[in-house]
Ligand binder design. Structure first.
Ligand code: FES
Length: 65
């Protein structure tokens, strides 16, 4: 499913970036371009980041920004 329509970024791409170590919104923005146009996807990207970090425990090491 597309999360960022402006940059054609899907939930799968975001999951893959998180699995490869992206642990902040800034990292996802830099890698995938999410939130760099209209910004409407920002909350959804942050929400996915929080959920996936919580499920693998990376939030215990570092809070997503
Ligand atoms: S939907 Fe992501 S920047 Fe517009």
């Amino acid at each position: 499913m597309y999360v960022c329509v402006c940059n054609a970024v899907t939930t799968r791409q975001i999951s893959a970036s998180i699995a490869e170590g992206a642990d902040s919104f800034r990292a996802l923005r830099d890698q995938l371009g999410v939130g760099t146009c209209c910004g409407k996807c920002s909350q959804d990207v942050r929400s996915q980041l929080r959920q996936e970090c919580a499920s693998d425990g990376c939030c215990r090491k570092r809070q997503p920004s």
